[in-house]
Design a protein. Structure first.
Length: 693
């Protein structure tokens, strides 16, 4: 049977590709592969029925230079009795690509409106292609507008997992305002906002929204009468109609707290009829939001098409949570536990844990209808992206849940989890007092944190070891052998007891979501990671995230990037971590250890970090085995001492320990100027090619 094999591989001069395959253990057959563009190589051999093993050879002048194995399982079963359009498509296989991580809001061009927008993203794609990079990764671009204040700048607290944020509209790509005075006024405002070193979130969104209202009055009837709008509306009305009504009620009633929307505390499906009738008052009330989302969708789809033409993959971000007062909760409250708050246990980011404030998911309800909400969400992402990052993939295994109204992340517990009975605790050798002292009601009194166990949020007869309990006064009151007994119970609970259970929880959810689209699935799998996470990610071929500064092996201070798995994304810093330059000066003892024992340099480590040193560290990462190496825009800029910001601290995107952080970092250099900087661009291109990416 004829089977098509595709592989994406950028060849160098003189290189040729061959498919090597064997059937049922017989001698391997070498099949030449052909290409029309030097990138996509194809072979179409006639294969016999049975199990086929295969790999690829890269040859130069009849000498094998590389032997590449397919992504994941390198076997396929051929059955000629079944229709098979393509037995395998290794478009994602055998790639080693470089990319840039940058939030859209952080981009800057000469024509943007004080914040990065979809037009700037297009310029970013051009720069990536110019420097030999094949991927641009961004943060979430969903609407986060709750209060119309700077606190809405947090991109991981979306009010809709479907709607795009109006701040990302590229006004220069829209029809100009016909009112000359309005045009001059907005141009003055645009110039002032664009000169700021950081984003003024409130002013940017106030003026962009005002501009869009004027444009709606001018162009709305014409645009919304087009076939393009009608097609968009038909494709998105399931979420678009409730979202538009939510926005109208939020603004007309002056609050996003829908518990105060008398008569509209939850979405009423019966309202859909009037909201979709262009002749009704209800439709006219919300039509502006239909108009804005249509423009955003059209622009983002065009950016995606442009990226494809440039050979650049767009990688999006799927936040693990949604806003407690957002449209998703208002529309489908059955999917959420409002008595819980999602967060994270203590880690390198926050020693007291994190409380994100999001409601936790009611997975029983979501699984009841086959996770339709998640599947719709993933398919909507596929309108704009080729790959995605699952934010906090651990949340699909178990979430760190903090009961309302507690603030401290220390009083959370994993949900779901196999909690301990009182009998199990007593049989371990611990006294009954450790159970009796577990508070029945958790509040914000710090004394409630001085406990070895917390009661299960939904069954108070069951118990969870309190995270970091070894730091409590209650722990010091135990005898040595009681402390050892508690430690055994603690280690077993967090690292062994729940492994199979959490594996089963994830496998109820993730397979159907990963298979919902053709996007490449990557995951942020950092933190308190149980071993079952690797089982699931291997089984589903999800790319892991590898940071040298946050090794998965607890016995190492620094990860060994030369041993990164191929199926991984390697990076140096993320939006939640210090940049490379900040990290270098943050802890000089740690830096000295890295200088001597990772970089193998003698003597004292230099401070601050030089451009040459940043170049060497980036080069090491680009040469690692990871399929994808993503470098943040700040770390790219670190290699050029003339181009980078003098103050490294001004490049920080987020501080996770601060729940009220203002997300306002913006590049200090215009993308047009970055592209014209031949010295910098050439250095990036050389690093990418030197890493064989």
């Amino acid at each position: 049977m004829k089977v098509t094999f595709n592989i994406e591989y950028r060849t160098h001069w003189g290189e040729n590709l061959f498919l090597m395959y064997s059937a049922d253990g017989r001698e391997g057959i070498k099949e030449p592969m052909t290409t029309t563009d030097g990138i996509i190589w194809t072979a179409e051999p006639e294969l016999p029925d049975g199990n086929i093993s295969y790999y690829y050879l890269v040859e130069e002048n009849d000498r094998v230079t590389r032997r590449e194995y397919p992504f994941g399982q390198h076997q396929l079963s051929v059955d000629s009795t079944k229709r098979m359009d393509m037995a395998t498509d290794d478009t994602w296989t055998d790639l080693r690509i470089a990319g840039t991580l940058v939030p859209v809001f952080s981009l800057r061009s000469r024509r943007s409106f004080g914040v990065g927008d979809f037009g700037d993203l297009r310029l970013m794609i051009d720069w990536a292609a110019l420097t030999g990079q094949r991927l641009v990764q961004i943060l979430p671009i969903n609407d986060t507008t709750l209060t119309h204040t700077w606190t809405d700048s947090y991109p991981y607290s979306c009010i809709s997992v479907f709607a795009l944020h109006p701040q990302y509209i590229n006004l220069s790509a829209l029809p100009p305002l016909k009112d000359a005075e309005a045009r001059r006024r907005f141009e003055t405002i645009r110039t002032q906002l664009n000169e700021l070193s950081q984003i003024d979130y409130e002013e940017v969104n106030r003026h962009k929204t005002a501009y869009l209202h004027l444009l709606f009055e001018q162009e709305g009837k014409h645009i919304m009468g087009s076939q393009e709008f009608k097609t968009f509306f038909a494709e998105t009305k399931q979420w678009l109609v409730p979202y538009a009504y939510y926005c109208h009620l939020r603004d007309s009633l002056g609050t996003a707290d829908f518990s105060q929307w008398l008569g509209h505390e939850t979405w009423n499906e019966a309202d859909r009829k009037s909201l979709t009738n262009p002749r009704s008052k209800a439709y006219k009330d919300v039509a502006f939001w239909y108009f804005v989302q249509f423009l955003l969708d059209a622009q983002m789809k065009e950016v995606h098409a442009h990226a494809k033409r440039k050979g650049v993959l767009l990688k999006g971000d799927i936040p693990i949570g949604v806003s407690r007062q957002g449209c998703d909760v208002w529309m489908e409250p059955r999917y959420f536990h409002m008595d819980g708050q999602a967060g994270a246990p203590p880690d390198d980011f926050a020693e007291d844990g994190q409380n994100w404030g999001f409601p936790t998911y009611n997975w029983d309800e979501m699984l009841r209808d086959g996770c339709q909400w998640w599947e719709r969400r993933f398919r909507n992402m596929a309108r704009y992206f080729d790959a995605y990052r699952i934010d906090h993939v651990l949340g699909f295994f178990r979430i760190w849940e903090i009961p309302m109204p507690v603030k401290s992340g220390l009083l959370g517990q994993f949900s779901p989890a196999l909690a301990l009975s009182a009998g199990e605790i007593l049989r371990s050798g611990l006294p009954s007092s450790v159970i009796e002292s577990a508070p029945k009601v958790l509040d914000n009194d710090p004394h409630t944190a001085d406990t070895l166990f917390v009661r299960d949020h939904r069954n108070t007869d069951l118990y969870h070891p309190r995270i970091s309990a070894q730091k409590t006064y209650a722990y010091t009151r135990l005898s040595n052998w009681q402390q050892q007994a508690f430690n055994r119970l603690y280690e077993d609970y967090f690292y062994r007891r729940n492994n199979q259970f959490w594996y089963e929880q994830a496998m109820k959810k993730l397979p159907r979501l990963v298979s919902a689209t053709d996007m490449l699935c990557c995951a942020e799998d950092l933190g308190m990671v149980p071993s079952c996470v690797a089982w699931v990610m291997d089984e589903l071929q999800i790319l892991s995230l590898e940071l040298e500064s946050m090794p998965k092996n607890p016995g190492l201070r620094f990860g060994r990037i030369s041993q990164n798995p191929y199926r991984s994304v390697c990076t140096i810093s993320s939006h939640d971590t210090p940049t490379l330059r900040m990290w270098w000066d943050e802890n000089q003892e740690r830096t000295q250890d890295y200088w001597n024992n990772v970089l193998h340099r003698p003597g004292p480590a230099p401070h601050p970090m030089s451009g040459d040193l940043a170049t060497d560290i980036i080069r090491r990462h680009l040469q690692c085995p990871s399929m994808i190496c993503v470098i943040s825009i700040q770390d790219w800029l670190a290699i050029d001492e003339q181009l980078r910001l003098p103050d490294a601290g001004a490049e920080r995107v987020n501080i996770p320990a601060n729940p009220r952080h203002y997300w306002r970092y913006r590049m200090h250099v215009n993308l047009e100027d970055l592209a014209k900087n031949a010295t910098f661009t050439g250095r990036v291109l050389s690093l990418v090619h030197g890493g064989n990416r």
